[in-house]
Design a protein. Sequence first.
Length: 247
Amino acid sequence: MASPRQSWLRNLTDEQAPARRLVCFPHSGGTAESHVSWIPRIRPGTELLAVQYPGRSDRFGEPLARGVREMSTGVADELARLEPVPCALFGHSLGALVAYETAVRLSAAGRPPESLTVSGSPPPGRAGTGRMHLARDADLWAQVCALGGMPPEVADDEELADILLPALRADIAAHETYRPVPGTGTLTCPVRCYHGIGDPLVEEAHLPEWAETTTGPFTLTRRAGSHFHTFVDPESLAQEIQDPVGN
């Protein structure tokens, strides 16, 4: 029997009456715990939530999500049930698309986010072109490890690779088969985009097209660290995301 779905959100802080909310969406294979290092940089009054995709960590054994829209629907539904406070969304790689689709759903429900920050992903109209999810297990694992997405002690553990690969493949498939729904409404919130210099998965020339997802302000920032630049000085990244766009 399949395990029942658990909550999509994990609260990483202890704000009893938050004045604002920051929601983080992990990369393919990532967990909510990926953002624990951000906790010391979260400002007073801000609630830090991180998304836990099914099939990993405390949701291990649950049916894997079938795509970006299933993920974003689950997250948006939970956020809509929380006390309404200004809410910023941040997503990296797969998480960027899930965060974007969550922003679309929240906006359609009359709860638009305060801002959307995306990283390590082509814009929606350019997504869905990869074939990594079709690779053999060994090749898929090697490609992910070569990108810097796994600590060395994890990358060299074959038994752990066997455990992690199904969720990792499902996440990459969700990213690489994503297509935006034609006629999707335009956001009104500020959109920030971060690009890791030298990222082999993202064509930098296409990133300004993220501006087309909103009528609000748009900024594009380059950071050292290639695709997983978010692991390089994550504290400063967390601080920047909490600043108003233009600061």
